[in-house]
Design a protein. Structure first.
Lengths: 657, 382
């Protein structure tokens, strides 16, 4: 009897269960197709649309903070070194003789760039996280005042101009340059720079300021990009010149060369339109120096050698006699010593063609590279004592400052700021991210294209055959947690898959990153927060009327005349909050002549205002162009009914994400 | 019996006495036309054409920048007169958005130039051109007639509204008939005033916009009649505004049907039409304001006025330059000049205390003044 009953239950329950499962499956698929407007959609997991809260993502969690040294400045007597610790919200003061840290001051807001006035009594701090410049009294490191500048200030310079004391600040997040008076501390001018003004130097006794802009811009996806060195008169904030660094970007360091009247900046000569398979021939990225002479001529020379590269050049300083320069290569853990006298004599006799070709000659650097000084992990900022005898190297991921005798080039010791964070997997992942050892002959590292995890504004030719072109826009890694799959074709389900063996074959051209390091790398990337696109003082504020109107358009389900907008073309269906992506492949009419098929991974829109250009191949230079130039039959959202004012409102809203 | 007078009465008496004394000692205001002529008179013209290196015989607009260089807009690109007197041309190959340049403005804060063209707005900064178009930015329309820069904002008058580009926020605010008092979006000109912006709106008169409060105010022709000014001195001459200009409290409205002047301090209008007043022609392409003078670029020459006195420059049928000087209450003085404007069709004027430049349909002209440049009469407030 019991057996009969059991059999009865099993025989009726099983089909019922199957019906429930099958019915549920069909129901689920129907639900997904209806809600997405995509009848072609196969089964996808629920969390494509029902996403987890941003607060649960890795980058939103508390994480360890480290004593990563940023900008540095020496006191006029050379006895004290001030070091910005942006991750700790501190400025440290060290004794140059004893290499001991004397004291630290709390400076909220991510202190990153430092400058001293002529007397050494006032220390000006560019606070990158809060868009402000603070002034400290160097006697007690007490903060005396603050002023708001542009977004994400990275560097600051003090100059004595014909109109008095001025400060010049590079605002990397708003593409502009602030000119301040130090007393009272106030902004007197805001000038448009290039893309991501990053480093600044003063020349000609305060008559000229040179700004290195980190990213390149281009006039079209197939055009050769160029970054800019902005030259301005610090007295009145007028732009004097905008020097073009052809096919160059990642200019993070700049310095004036005494006695020669030059300005040097570090840079990467990038050939993004060359198939990426050329990495092994050294033809995709060359680390180098750009020499800007007083007559306006700019010459690029390599730091790399034929079979060895020195990636991620950043901090650069010149000796007081103008005869040598020191350049930090953050990806190769090396500081290169450059003979400027040799370069000067060569420039005097070289033809224009020779100057233009120098950056292409991988054997050229042996003429002027005097030495390579090994450093700790990720050397970035440099400082030189006023007499030129001591070189200070900020080892950003080792939490210390290496001190080098500039005559013997031997290390003298280290200013220890922290423990290096080797038990922090995020920190370990950042080391992988910035290490060039995982690429062919150390040619580049992840950061070479993704500075601070973000974009470099370029499209790269990822054609695997080496003969075609398959331009793909470089996507930001900031805020990617939860947005898998990865890659524009959406084929890589995890970051480990993205950066694993296939990546090694296509891009790195060497052995894959070992699994433990790969996991650390993924951990680091997942903890990268979205890029902030609005000024700090506007974060969390209500939307402006224009932004609100744009938001209404974004979430519109009907046209103004009442006709429904198909669900598959409503912005908020594919770009579903809070990540602003449903992580599915979508066809929006943007297939190019060389794309094998239509349909690309829906990118997340958080931080989109700062990640130009747009679309899978970067053809849209601005957000407007997505709809004014590249919209096809309302396939990328229904926009045909928008007026120009409404398009403007939409763009204003997108810039708040 | 003593008579007591209150302290208040004494104060009033004292004030009245002082007032009458003051009035008795104040000289009466001079009658218009008396005293020296306060408008500079050009003694000769120096003309430049394609043979001198100009890229076109036609010149649309002019700007003398703060660095002293003269910038010239033509149908064939932008041109600058260099320190050695030669002309250098810039075209689309240099990054200019279109060859037809309609207006040029300088950002006083940075020295950057903003160039209005038929296909977008171009910024020239540090020798680099950057184009803003209706497809790559929030510029309302590619046809940009006029441009001005004030308080960190670039104002572009276009065929589909006016765009305000906040240079610090890098954000555009477009204005048209849907969000302002404009009755239609076709904007011909823009001029910064004292804390406000004046827009010359085709068939919309002059619109005054306060960007701080967001308010708009329209100045419309009170009689609403295009061809006849029924009521003189009552408002804009017509609603069809071809240009606006402002300096030292005076707003000028140019039209194809006459000239109007609005004193923003006294809130009073003056209007002029040809034949009935000394205005040379009703057809005014643009007007340039310097101090209290308005320089009207007409299809028959140049009229410059301070509202009472006039000096006209024209070219007679024999090609001779003629200057006419009108002063109220005095006979008109007409003189033939040794030199002449290259053409009577004047597109634009730029002038200061020392010189004047004219954009004509047949070249560029430089007018040299005879009145001493440091004469206080040229730059005194109205």
């Amino acid at each position: 009897m019991k057996l009969k009953r059991s059999l009865f239950v099993a025989m009726t329950a099983a089909p019922a269960l199957m019906a429930v499962v099958l019915g549920g499956g069909y129901g689920l698929r129907a639900h997904q197709r209806i809600k997405s407007g995509r009848p072609d959609l196969g089964f996808v997991s629920c969390n494509h649309c029902h996403q987890k809260s941003l607060a649960k993502l890795p980058w939103a969690q508390l994480r360890p903070h480290h004593d990563s040294p940023g900008g540095m400045v020496l006191s006029p007597d050379g006895k004290r070194l001030f070091i910005a610790l942006d991750d700790k919200d501190e400025v440290a003061e060290a004794d140059v003789a004893t290499l001991a840290v004397l004291r630290r001051a709390k400076v909220p807001g991510g202190p990153f760039g430092l400058a001293l006035d002529g007397s050494g009594e006032r220390l000006f701090v560019a606070c990158s996280h809060v868009d402000q410049v603070a002034v400290l009294d160097t006697h007690d490191l007490a903060e005396k005042g603050r002023v708001i500048v542009g977004v994400r200030p990275t560097d600051i310079a003090f100059c004595q101009t014909r109109d008095g004391e001025h400060l010049v600040v590079t605002n990397s997040g708003s593409d502009d340059i602030s000119v301040l008076t130090p007393s009272p501390l106030a902004e007197v001018a805001r000038i448009s720079g290039g893309r991501e003004p990053y480093a600044v130097t003063v020349t000609d006794g305060g008559r000229r300021v040179y700004v290195a802009n980190r990213m390149a811009v281009h006039d079209g996806v197939l055009a050769t990009p160029a970054s800019e060195v902005t030259v301005l008169d610090p007295a009145n904030g007028h732009i004097v010149d905008r020097l073009a660094l052809d096919s160059a970007h990642m200019a993070e360091g700049i310095t004036a060369v005494p006695k020669k009247g030059w300005v040097l900046n570090s840079m990467i000569r990038v050939r993004n339109l060359v198939p990426i398979t050329q990495v092994k021939d050294g033809w995709v990225m060359t680390s180098g120096l750009a020499i800007s002479q007083a007559d306006g001529a700019v010459t690029q020379v390599p730091l790399d050698e034929a079979n060895a590269y020195f990636s991620d050049p950043s901090g650069v300083v010149a000796s007081p006699d103008g005869r040598r320069a020191f350049v930090a290569s953050g990806g190769s853990d090396v500081v290169t010593v450059v003979d400027l006298d040799w370069l000067e004599s060569w420039l005097a006799r070289a033809s224009a063609a020779e100057r233009g070709d120098a950056i292409l000659d991988m054997a050229f650097s042996y003429h002027y590279v005097l030495a390579r000084i090994p450093t700790g992990c990720n050397p970035k900022h440099l400082a030189l004592s006023p007499d030129g005898s001591r070189l200070f190297v900020a080892e950003r991921l080792d939490d210390g400052v290496l001190v080098v005798d500039s005559a013997s080039l031997k290390p003298l010791g280290r200013i220890v700021l922290g423990d290096g964070g080797r038990d922090d997997p995020i920190r370990q992942g950042e080391r992988v991210f910035t290490r060039a050892r995982y690429t062919f002959q150390g040619g580049f590292d992840c950061r070479s294209c993704h500075a601070d995890g973000h974009v470099d504004g370029l499209s790269y030719d990822f054609d695997g055959s080496g003969v075609g072109d398959n331009l793909l826009d470089n996507r930001s890694l900031c805020g990617v947690a939860g947005t898998e799959p990865f890659k524009w074709n959406g084929k890589n389900p995890t970051l480990q898959y993205q950066d694993g063996p296939r990546f090694a074959r296509v891009l790195m051209r060497t052995d894959p990153i070992p699994d433990p390091q790969l996991d650390e790398l993924a951990t680091f990337i997942l903890h990268l927060p979205p890029t902030r696109t609005v000024p700090w003082d506007q974060v969390g504020k209500p939307l402006t009327p224009a932004q609100q109107r744009g938001r209404d358009l974004f979430f519109a389900t009907k046209r103004p005349n009442g006709t429904p907008i198909p669900r598959s073309r409503q912005c908020q269906v594919c770009h579903r909050p809070p990540l602003y992506t449903n992580r599915l492949i979508a066809s929006v009419g943007t297939q190019g002549p060389r794309d094998p098929k239509e349909g690309f991974d829906t990118p997340h829109l958080i931080g989109v205002g700062a990640s130009a250009p747009y679309l899978h191949d970067g053809r849209a230079r601005t957000l407007e162009e997505i709809w004014t130039v590249y919209q096809v039959n309302d396939l990328h959202g229904v926009s045909s009914y928008w007026t120009k004012l409404q398009l403007n409102d939409m763009v204003e809203y997108l810039k708040t994400l | 019996m003593k008579t007591h007078r209150s302290p208040r009465f004494a104060i009033i008496l004292g004030l009245a006495s002082a007032l009458s004394h003051a009035q008795g000692n104040t000289p009466p205001a001079p009658a218009p036309g008396s005293g020296p002529l306060t408008i500079p008179v050009i003694s000769r013209f120096e003309n430049f054409g394609e043979k001198d290196g100009l890229p076109s015989h036609k010149v649309h607009c002019l700007l003398k920048a703060s660095d002293g260089r003269l910038w010239i807009g033509t149908p064939n690109g932008l041109c600058v007169r260099q320190d050695n007197g030669t002309f250098r041309r810039f075209g689309t190959e240099d990054g200019l958005s279109h060859l037809t340049v309609l207006s040029i403005a300088e950002d006083p804060a940075t020295g950057d130039l903003w160039i209005a063209t038929l296909q977008g707005l171009t910024r020239l900064s540090g020798g680099k051109f950057t184009a803003f178009t209706q497809t790559n930015s929030g510029l309302p329309n590619n046809v940009v007639y006029g441009v001005a820069v004030a308080e960190g904002t670039v104002w572009a008058a276009t065929a589909a509204g006016t765009g305000a580009y906040d240079l610090k926020a890098k954000a555009w605010k477009p204005y048209d008939q849907t969000n302002s008092v404009m009755n239609e979006p076709w904007c011909y000109a823009v001029a910064p005033g004292k804390g406000v912006i004046y827009l010359g709106v085709w068939a919309g008169g002059v619109v005054e916009h306060d960007p701080h409060t967001g308010s708009f105010k329209a100045y419309r022709d009170p009689d609403g009649e295009f061809h006849i000014a029924f009521a003189a001195d009552s408002g804009p001459i017509v609603d069809v505004t071809s240009w606006v200009a402002y300096d030292q409290g005076i707003l000028w409205q140019a039209s194809y049907f006459g000239l109007a002047r609005y004193n923003t301090n006294s809130a009073t209008w003056r209007t002029w039409v040809q034949d009935k007043t000394p205005l040379l022609s009703n057809f005014i392409n643009t007007i340039f304001a310097h101090g209290r003078l308005g320089w009207a670029a007409t299809d028959r020459g140049v009229s410059v006025t301070d509202g009472d006195n006039w000096v006209n420059y024209l070219v007679d049928k024999d090609g001779h330059g003629v200057v006419q000087i009108y002063r109220p209450g005095k006979p008109t003085e007409t003189r033939t000049m040794a030199t002449a404007l290259p053409d009577g069709f004047i597109m634009a004027v730029w002038a200061d205390d020392h010189e004047a430049w004219f954009a004509t349909s047949n070249g560029l002209s430089h007018g040299v003044f005879t009145l001493p440049a440091d004469s206080p009469a040229l730059t005194s407030n109205p």
